[in-house]
Design a protein around this ligand. Structure first.
Ligand SMILES: CC(C)(COP(=O)(O)OP(=O)(O)OC[C@H]1O[C@@H](n2cnc3c(N)ncnc32)[C@H](O)[C@@H]1OP(=O)(O)O)[C@@H](O)C(=O)NCCC(=O)NCCS
Length: 262
């Protein structure tokens, strides 16, 4: 059997990696759009046999490692290569005394879910992804959040990474007016607005829906804000199912998988 090894990606790996990251999913893939960014962030890994046949990126923050973009060349699947990459990242995380490893998997991606379960990941939360078209609206009344502590909110989404919403993140987001809420009608709905670091003119919203009417207020505000600021796309991630709203489209559901490393 040929030797396999894992190493940090270098710029010249791009061509060989993108060859097997073209038609990964029915809609294609996004690795070509993030490659340069991930390379510059560090911890972009390839597994070679002896040339690259798999890739993944690790993002270390606070007490967690976020594993993203796992791709194995379809000719080399079911040989344990993705599991090797994940285990390698976990070993790096353990060296850094990091406690949690997380990854996001489409609830329909059985191969990936089975791989994660085999490696002792568990479903931590389930999230729905909606896209919303920016549009000028009126009649929305929202408030900006200050340093309130929302104990039920553990993570928020930044560039498709679920990051820990600790006091530091809360302070930074609220001081930029990125936390909005509505509490006019029963339980409070909260949204955290961020810009995608990978895609221009794309807003990413983490939405916590307390009540449907409060959520409608937030969505109306977000649509209007998006239109005024010339965003092309608004992506909403929420644990709840959202009601039918014009220009809001349900896309996909993900499991946020988590593993306690030590
Ligand atoms: C998902 C993916 C990364 C798995 O890579 P891989 O190298 O084939 O995975 P492994 O060989 O490490 O598989 C580990 C376990 O996962 C499960 N698994 C992997 N592929 C599977 C498949 N096609 N069907 C069923 N189970 C599968 C099995 O339990 C397997 O263990 P086993 O071989 O002992 O039965 C690969 O199929 C891939 O690149 N898919 C497209 C991209 C993708 O979905 N990435 C993940 C995004 S979250």
């Amino acid at each position: 059997m040929e030797q396999k090894s894992i190493r940090i990606a270098i710029p010249s790996d791009k061509i060989s990696v993108l060859k097997f990251c073209k038609n990964t999913f029915s809609w294609g893939d996004y690795i070509q759009d993030v490659w340069n960014y991930w390379l510059s962030e560090g911890n972009l890994l390839v597994i070679e046999k002896p040339y690259p046949v798999g890739v993944c990126h690790a993002f270390f923050s606070k007490n967690q490692v976020w594993i993203e973009g796992i791709r194995i060349d379809s000719n080399f699947r079911k040989q344990g290569l993705a599991s090797d990459l994940v285990k390698y990242v976990e070993s790096l995380a353990k060296e850094k005394q990091i406690s949690f490893s997380l990854m996001l998997i489409d609830t329909e991606n059985l191969a990936s879910l089975l791989m994660a379960k085999n490696l002792n990941y568990q479903i931590f939360q389930t999230w729905n992804f909606y896209s919303l078209l920016p549009q000028i609206t009126n009649n929305h009344k929202i408030q900006f959040g200050d340093l309130l502590y929302y104990p039920e909110i553990s993570h928020y989404v930044k560039s498709w990474r679920w990051l820990v919403l600790d006091d530091e993140a809360l302070f930074s987001l609220s001081s930029q007016n990125k936390i909005i809420f509505s509490d006019k009608f029963g339980d409070t709905s909260i949204a955290i607005l961020t810009d995608s670091q990978h895609f221009d003119d794309t807003m990413i919203v983490t939405l916590f829906s307390g009540s449907q009417n409060n959520t409608l207020e937030l969505i109306s505000y977000i649509q209007n804000y998006g239109a005024q600021k010339n965003y092309k796309k608004i992506q909403i991630l929420t644990r709840e199912k959202l009601p039918f709203i014009k220009n809001l489209e349900y896309k996909i559901t993900f499991n946020l998988m988590q593993k306690l490393l030590h």
